[in-house]
Design a protein around this ligand. Structure first.
Ligand SMILES: Nc1nc2c(c(=O)[nH]1)N[C@H]1C(S)=C(S)[C@@H](COP(=O)(O)O)O[C@H]1N2
Ligand SMILES: [Mo]
Length: 309
């Protein structure tokens, strides 16, 4: 696993700014930190945690080949339609089993937390994969601010519901019951690999990738990594996530990448690493927990992963 720590942003510098300026500053600082550390696109990168041939996927593919059904079901729809989304101001509702609940400005939640660059393999249940340089904040650091109580066993996230700006939510043909919902067990959420991504390639997160922040859990299928989050709920009970609600025999709650358990329509034994074409399919074997088994397998000790898929 690759984690690069950045030096702290002085939060005192940020608090005096207006909310709008805070946003620009937070994102600007993050970008400056990446550039300042010599981690620009062409800079040499450490390959810790990645395999020899895990090349970073071209930015054009990561930002133009997307799944974000709120903006349409074709891979090209989010890039084409997500420009309509306004992300400033952005309010997040926090509820459930925690001491600090209520409505928070996105800026206030991330204030003083430093984004780190994390290069992760990313595997969709549709059997394609990428290698993405995220900028993110450990999810644990975000969630702890709300002081979840001992009754919080799960954390549940919801995406924005705003059909005026999200053309896919207006679609008559959509079978999804909006808003998009996802969740994690608390120990999964607190695992050091779990982040809230706020950027890509050293820049602020594009709308089509889930601006202003989205979950990123690299050992799980992509659908767990919910985008454009406006609600965080601490729950006693395991939630029903969007894809499970649509087809429970195809998609479970855990969704850990597992080459031994096939999806009814796709073998999960291998994946197409993008860019891929009919001439060069770029197929490679899928790894248990997407290659992060050493870090996360302990979370599931004693569980039958065929049953808890
Ligand atoms: N709100 C929301 N989050 C979502 C989705 C979605 O349709 N809506 N699609 C998921 C799926 S299936 C995948 S593979 C990833 C895609 O992330 P990317 O477009 O940044 O690669 O986002 C996930 N998060
Ligand atoms: Mo996906």
């Amino acid at each position: 696993m690759l984690i690069r720590k950045k030096t702290d942003i002085a939060s005192s510098e940020i608090t005096s700014e207006s909310v709008y300026k805070q946003r620009r500053r937070f994102l600007g600082q993050s970008t400056a930190l990446i550039a300042g550390a010599g981690l620009g696109l062409n800079a040499p990168r450490s390959r810790a945690g990645l395999q020899e041939d895990d090349d970073i996927t071209p930015e054009r593919i990561v930002t133009q080949y997307n799944n974000f059904y709120e903006f349409g079901t074709d891979k090209s729809d989010p890039y084409a339609n997500a420009g309509a989304l306004t992300t400033d101001p952005w309010t997040v509702a926090v509820s459930g089993e925690a001491k600090k609940t209520g409505e928070f400005a996105f800026e206030d939640i991330v204030k003083g937390l430093t984004p780190e660059e994390r290069i992760y393999r990313f595997r969709c249940v549709e059997a394609w994969s990428m290698v993405v340089p995220w900028m993110g904040i450990p999810l644990k650091n975000i969630l702890q601010q709300f002081e979840p109580t001992g009754d919080a066993k799960y954390v549940v996230f919801k995406t924005l519901y705003r059909p005026e700006e999200m053309v896919g939510q207006r679609s008559f043909f959509s079978s999804i019951d909006w808003p998009y919902v996802e969740g994690l067990r608390m120990d999964e959420a607190y695992h050091p690999l779990s982040i809230m991504a706020v950027g890509l390639y050293g820049k602020e997160l594009p709308n089509q990738n889930g601006a202003p922040w989205r979950l990123m859990v690299p050992w799980k299928y992509g659908f767990k990594s919910i985008k454009s989050i406006v609600s965080i709920h601490f729950s006693k009970r395991q939630p029903v996530n969007t894809w499970q609600a649509l087809a429970a025999h195809e998609y479970g709650f855990y969704a850990n990448v597992n080459p031994a358990v096939d999806h009814p329509r796709w073998s999960q034994a291998s994946e197409r690493r993008l860019p891929s074409s009919i001439f060069d399919p770029n197929r490679r074997p899928t790894l248990p927990f997407n290659g992060y088994a050493e870090e996360v397998a302990d979370l599931y000790r004693g569980m039958d992963l065929r049953k808890f898929y």
